[in-house]
Design a protein. Structure first.
Length: 393
């Protein structure tokens, strides 16, 4: 295969951009490079697993990662993927902070306990202070992943590090700052790229729901688009049918996972599989109640195990009798009607499924109360212990 100098330089520039390596700007006349006005991005990672960064590297539906980083975005700092480290990396972040108009992406949870000293971005700067500092000059803040958007796994009871969602942290000091939540464990790369693309194209945020999520991606419940929906309405449950009895939380979670799926093979093509497609019930990772409010993820006896209103239909042909239609429930949650469910779902009388939903809501409230009590105990212990210094190593 013949490889011209232009092709070689373009390929090397793409690799360098993806890795955050500087020094190839001299080749700007040989390769397209970043388009004029490319959106500057500062990506901070708090208390997390880097799963959303790994997910982003699988981007291909809207744009491949190399094209995204080479031609569309100007990533100033991303500790996970950039080649620079130590002082050079910190200097790059600080230089970006002095400018205005960048997009701040926060991945991972932000602990607030002990003044944020449970998590450091680098020596001397906690994740808490870093988010507060970098948010000031940012045009938009993206809370990517459930840990950043809602607290996620790190905020699970008893939440010993005092994790809070980014939106709550900024609501006190920067109440007018635009925060967009893109939850998921991990967040789907299309949700992240699609949101950034909207910001670049239109200069404004996409329409958000009550949880500050882009409605384009989180308008419908997983339950609505699930290929097992007909089994649900027919009362067919099990590994080869609707997974509700096995703990699936699709009725209480929003996202377009069923149609978008994961691991897209090519541009503009949906992915090849997703959680329920792999016969694993939805765990509700896009919701504020995740993970405590969605636990246990798996159940073996269905709604009957909760002791609420008896079991689910045991016969494959058992029909559901139900009060409020699922379409009405959806409409009340979003403020809009859902034509698809209006046509497909019968209005029903109260059954074990409504009782099951109420039981889950009560359990989530009880766990939230336990978390509040645990936080109060921790705060009382800190006050009794008095101020103390922690060394950063």
């Amino acid at each position: 295969m013949d490889l011209t100098r232009r092709d070689f330089l373009r390929a090397m520039s793409a690799v360098a951009a993806a890795l955050g390596v500087k020094g190839l700007d001299t080749f700007a006349d040989e390769t397209p490079g970043k388009l004029p006005g490319a959106a500057p991005v500062v990506w901070l990672e708090g208390q997390g697993c880097s799963g959303c960064s790994v997910s982003l590297l699988n981007s291909i539906f809207f744009n491949t990662t190399d094209d995204l980083l080479l031609n569309v975005l100007d990533v100033k700092f991303h500790a996970t993927v950039m080649a620079a480290a130590g002082t050079r990396a910190i200097e790059a972040a600080q230089a970006a902070q002095g400018q205005e108009g960048y997009v701040l992406v926060v991945e991972g949870a932000v602990p607030t306990g002990d003044d944020g000293r449970y998590c450091y971005l680098w020596p001397g700067l906690t994740a808490l202070q870093g988010v507060l500092d970098f948010a000031q000059n940012a045009s938009t803040v993206l809370a990517v992943g459930s840990c950043s958007a809602f607290g996620g796994v790190a905020a699970g009871s008893p939440n010993p590090t005092g994790v809070q969602p980014v939106s709550e942290i900024l609501n006190t000091s920067l109440p007018d700052k635009l925060v967009i939540n893109i939850p998921g464990c991990p967040s789907h790369p299309d949700w992240v790229v699609g949101t950034i693309a909207h910001l670049i194209t239109y200069g404004t945020a996409p329409t958000l729901d009550s949880q500050l999520r882009p409605r384009d991606f989180f308008q419908n419940k997983i339950h609505r688009e699930c290929p097992n929906f007909d089994d649900y309405t027919a009362g067919n449950f099990g590994l080869d049918a609707c997974l509700l009895e096995l703990g699936c939380k699709g009725r209480n979670a929003r996202g377009d996972c069923a149609t978008r799926k994961w691991n897209s093979p090519a541009k503009a093509q949906p992915g090849v599989n997703w959680c329920i497609g792999a016969r694993s019930g939805c765990i509700g990772c896009t919701e504020p109640g995740f993970p405590d409010g969605m636990s246990p993820f798996y159940e073996s006896s269905g709604p009957a195990a909760a002791g609420e209103g008896g079991g689910a239909p045991s016969k494959p042909d058992a029909k559901l009798d139900v009060t409020v239609s699922d379409a009405q429930e959806e409409s009340s949650a979003t403020g809009e009607s859902n034509d698809r469910t209006d046509q497909r779902l019968p209005t029903r009388t109260l059954t074990q499924y409504e009782k099951r939903r109420r039981y889950l809501e009560q359990r989530a409230k009880a766990r939230a109360a336990q978390q509040r009590a645990a936080r109060q105990r921790l705060e009382a212990e800190r006050r009794m212990a008095g101020p103390r210094q922690l060394e950063y190593e």
